[in-house]
Design a protein around this ligand. Structure first.
Ligand code: 8YV
Length: 326
């Protein structure tokens, strides 16, 4: 029986392990699993909810919850939360920075290796019995040896990718909002200039209007015919039609994608390209990492309820991280 004195917390959207969350925080709050449309159709059941753990909330969805004080986004990206509107209503928004950086950076390296050395295709070749019947899998034109990498978006995930590339012997440079004092990698202000100076571009940039279609035909062409593009951040950062054209014409060699413009609806043309290695947005998708994300989201809620302090507020609502009077 749930303890009636416990706070009820709305859990919406794709939280991979809501049951685990419920067990782990059972003495802290009561999970109220639902989706935003249920909230809209049943206003009395959500009228008193102060906290929401979820993935995305538009202004209209936020308005379903008149008593809302905190939105704990399940993920590091939060372009699908209307933070400006949340701030206007005095609602603090938190995300899950740090806990998924290594897992996501590992996925970027897997995409890079798979795109360049064709490991998924080589495995499919073997499973089809072709090794025995037709001979060795062809030598790959691509190699990581001698590559130069550029990272678009040197946040926590970008930095974890840079560490891995450096360990692989690949020099790194980057393009981001500003030059960062804690790294020595060369910085480029313009993405196209970065692309001209490397042959491997890895996007780990946030989504939203500021980065929409930043990786366009000009940027891709600048990578050259040996070029490889990997996207581990947000699908909206890439002009997908430009990538499809670049892969089809050989303007670049290969690509590895984990994120898409309108996922999970994928442009079918991508499926027909053998030089595209495609994953279904699994960058952070291990049980351990998704639990660490759920843990951090829920800890933000607990800290807010118990102490009036959000642990990892997003920049736009940092001024709301401490409840007035706390
Ligand atoms: C998850 C992500 O896929 O953190 C993010 O921004 O995109 C991923 O880690 C997502 O948040 C889980 O739904």
């Amino acid at each position: 029986m749930p303890d009636k004195s416990l706070e009820r917390v709305a859990v919406t959207g794709k939280i991979v392990d809501a049951r685990w969350l419920e067990r782990k925080f059972s003495n802290k709050f009561e999970v109220f699993e639902m989706n935003h449309s249920e909230a809209a159709s049943c206003p009395e059941s959500v009228a008193s909810l102060r906290a929401l753990i979820g993935n995305g909330a538009s202004a209209a969805e936020i308005d379903n919850y008149p008593s809302l004080e905190i939105i704990a986004q399940f993920g590091v990206g939060y372009e699908n939360v209307d933070v400006a509107y949340a701030a206007e209503r005095g609602i603090v928004v938190t995300n899950t920075p740090g806990v998924l950086s290594d897992e996501t950076a590992d996925t970027a390296m897997a995409l890079l290796l798979n795109a360049v050395r064709e490991y998924p295709r080589a495995e499919a070749y073997m499973r089809a019995g072709k090794w025995r019947n037709e001979g060795d899998y062809p030598l790959t034109p691509g190699t990581l040896r001698g590559r130069k990498a550029g990272i678009f978006g040197l946040g926590r995930i970008g930095k974890a990718v840079a560490t891995r590339l450096t360990a692989f012997g690949i020099p790194v440079s980057y393009c981001g909002r500003s030059r960062q004092a804690d790294v020595n990698y060369p910085h480029f202000e313009r993405l196209v200039d970065l692309a001209h100076s490397v042959d491997t571009l890895i996007a780990a940039a946030p989504g939203g209007d500021a980065t929409r279609h930043a990786v366009n035909a000009e940027v891709l062409t600048a990578l050259g015919p040996n070029g490889v593009f990997v996207n581990i951040g947000r699908g909206t950062v890439l002009d997908e039609s430009a990538l499809i054209a670049a892969l089809s014409t050989g303007a670049i060699m290969a690509a590895g994608l984990d994120v898409y413009d309108r996922e999970p609806d994928i442009n079918p043309k991508l499926f027909s390209l053998t030089n595209a290695c495609l994953l279904p947005h699994v960058g952070s998708a291990s049980v351990a990492t998704r639990r660490a994300m759920a843990d951090l989201a829920a800890s933000n809620v607990v800290s807010w309820i118990e102490e009036g302090k959000a642990l990892t507020p997003v920049a736009e609502t940092a001024h709301l991280a401490v409840r007035s009077g706390s």
